[in-house]
Design a protein around this ligand. Structure first.
Ligand code: SF4
Length: 275
């Protein structure tokens, strides 16, 4: 059965009944706030045939972490009523009109139906499943690529635990500053790690296969984090990474303050080997 009025907001699982037919009216591609993951910026760049640094400048705001919408409300990638980056459109656009809720500590994930754009010609229905809809949009592959960045959070946290004595620095204040620094629209400090999060091509050939580019990117980010001596920069980058992967900012700071003297001592030893 096709349902043309909006379905009530509810939490759905992969096997929940759901279908949606996009009629390419372009109205969903206006006036949104769309958070980007490092992999989103990479696929945007590949679809546009430009480097990730150019993609950050052309299609994003807040250092690469949010999709750019122009003053008239249209996404910077909108070409008439169609997406000019369809092949490399971000995860949020593939999920639409669904949103995803993921918990960092458990494999559970839920889907919610988002508010339809005013005047949207999209047609909702229940003649399929959430999983079928997501498969058709290539969402599982995107989530799998995002998950390859997940282990970085533990590396960032460990390095922060090595650098910060949370017996003398209040953890909540440290993470509050980190979140403010990561999520500010403007006025933030320069942060090489955050810049590197959204610039995979800095570490890969711009024509390289995306899987290889992601591998290289993750390795390079891990090395940067392990060699970083600036805990504030690491904290902001950890929050930015957590949020960009669809987790709450607290996913960045779960264990940072719990790392004790043992890791700090290890850091002092490591510092001697960091050039
Ligand atoms: S990236 Fe494409 S699908 Fe996503 S909002 Fe922009 S134009 Fe629409």
């Amino acid at each position: 059965m096709i349902v043309t009025t909006r379905l009530p907001v509810k939490r759905m699982r992969s096997d929940s009944e759901f279908s949606y037919r996009c009629n390419s009216c372009g109205r969903c591609c206006r006036d949104k706030v769309i958070t980007l993951a490092p992999y989103d910026v990479l696929t945007i760049a590949r679809a546009a045939g430009i480097t990730t640094a150019d993609a950050v400048a052309r299609f994003t705001i807040r250092r690469g972490s949010i999709l750019r919408f122009d003053a008239d409300g249209a996404c910077a990638a909108l070409d008439g009523p169609r997406c000019g980056l369809h092949r490399g459109r971000p995860l949020a656009c593939r999920l639409y009109p669904l949103g995803i809720e993921r918990d960092f500590d458990t494999p559970a994930q839920y889907f919610i139906e988002l508010e339809p754009a005013p005047g949207s010609e999209g047609v909702y229905g229940n003649d399929g499943t959430v999983a079928g809809f997501l498969d058709a949009q290539g969402v599982p592959e995107y989530l799998a690529m995002n998950d390859r960045y997940r282990p970085l959070l533990a590396i960032f946290r460990q390095r922060i635990g090595e650098l910060v004595d949370f017996e003398t620095i209040e953890p909540r204040e440290f993470w509050r500053v980190a979140a403010r620094e990561a999520l500010s629209e403007s006025g933030y400090d320069a942060n090489e790690l955050i810049d590197a999060l959204f610039d995979a091509d800095r570490f890969a050939d711009a024509h390289e296969d995306v899987e290889d580019a992601v591998s290289r990117h993750v390795e390079a980010l891990a090395a940067m984090a392990r060699g970083c001596r600036d805990a504030r920069a690491l904290g902001a980058a950890a929050v930015m990474l957590a949020v960009s992967l669809g987790y709450s900012p607290s996913a960045a700071c779960l264990a940072g303050e719990e790392i004790g003297e043992k890791n700090r001592a290890a850091a002092k030893r490591n510092d001697h080997s960091i050039p």
